[in-house]
Design a protein. Sequence first.
Length: 575
Amino acid sequence: MVNKSGQFKSHFMKIFSNIFFLALLSITAWAQERNAPPEVNYSKYFTAEKKYLVLPVKNGAPKRNVELWVDGINTRFFDIELAEETPDWLAYLDISQWKGKPVELRVDKIKQGSGVFNPIVQSDTDGNDDGLYKEKFRGQFHFSPKRGWTNDPNGLVYYNGEYHLFFQHNPYGRGWGNMSWGHAVSKDLVHWKELDVALHPGPFGPVFSGGAVVDQENTSGLGKPGKPAMVMFFTGARAWSQYLAWSTDGRSFQKLEKAVVPRINKDNRDPKVVWYEPSKQWVMVVYVERAHEQHSMQFLTSPDLKDWTPVSSINGGAGRDGYLFECPEFFQLTVEGSKETKWILTGANSEYAIGNFDGKVFKPETERLNGQRGRDFYAAQTYSNEPKGRRIEIGWWRTHTDREGMNFNQSMSIPLELKLERRTEGLRLIRRPVKELEALRNKTYSYGKMKLKDNSANPLSSLDIELAEIRLEFEPGTAKEVVLNVRGVPVIYNAVKQELTIDGVTASAPLQKGKQKLIIYADRTGLEVFAGDGLLFMPVNINIKPEIRSLSISARGGTASVSDLKVYQLESIWD
């Protein structure tokens, strides 16, 4: 027989205990809050004496607003997860231009008596280099910033013997925010040196994406004798207007005080500028959101990079239809094997149109073609003024790197060479890794011709490898699938459907003349795969387990014929 009275008492006691516990927690929290030091706004002057102001960062801490005032002007402002105790990492803000001047440091709401800026620390060197570029999730041949967040590549331009890579950057945190233009340079498109931030937020707002050109004829008047200006265009994300900055040495930068293209309509951003030789004028393409979330690309022309005239507009998708949505790219290519030229217009998701351009109006012939079919590749931009006349592209690759104490987040793709080829499908953009990447090859494992059958031995069983480039050409024959397992990540070619599947991502990969040709680059943060001799580009971000260093190749359901198989062990670009 159940004692209902006792059951009720027990249930009541449990409820009472829970209420008492919650009340105790509330009282404790209230007492702690009451006894905690009050938060106050901080202000202190210091004299700029060294190159950097050192800022302590604690990942996940409350964000504080920081301002630096010089000569009564708010010259730098940002939010930061400020470490009031032991920091996870240090951010370095360049203050060298104000050397010898009094600078007021203001911080919004820090604990009274906090020692975070007691004293204010300055340094002539970046002292955060211990273990730099060797971190667990650091891509070893993909550019990523020393610290902080990065997204879109910006202002890709060859200038003064260097490839310049600017990029959307938060120097003060691993998450998106404080959008500035970070800056890195390379002599060979492979090994990168990160420099100080090039463009900081100003009265116009955060510095959003854009492009850069070299004004060889000094149409802008911004150059100097023998020193043509590098001219950069960006969106001020408070004014939603397009602005101009320039440099004559590739290291120091000045901004034009006013917008060169005032706000057109709602969100407009990401100016891309090219030179149109037939009419000797500059052309800007900028994304503009029209009524009813209609995506469009606005074309403007200018004789001098300063004064711009709208000349035409083309619509893309609307709302979630990402065709011609933000981050425009516009360039001309010669059809391989001919003298015919076409213009290519793309948006951030790499969907593109092929057509003709008369200096004012772009008329597409083929639209909504897929530039890539991977995962989290976005906002790609191509180099202007490339010395060999190539069309070289780098995209933002959304790698998962803010894990396990990493102090940086996101990265760039490898550099890709774009060509326009006539395939059975028609004219198509073809992507291949740039030849310069071959310099990273350390060891070569060549396997030549072979047959792959069900349950046959793995010819790659002896390999122990982390960074790899794999080149494979095969005929599927009677095999239903050909599987290349790359450090625990299966790359599966379905010969029946002519599709490629990697980590849940599937894309069409038609055979070319009965064969499939694959190129695979394997880094710590994922695979970049090229199929159909460059017809398909398939980057797939995945953090590969460091302890898995094996490769294997097999066929399922029949026999496949391999005509060539090479594996290259690659070196790190950071060594």
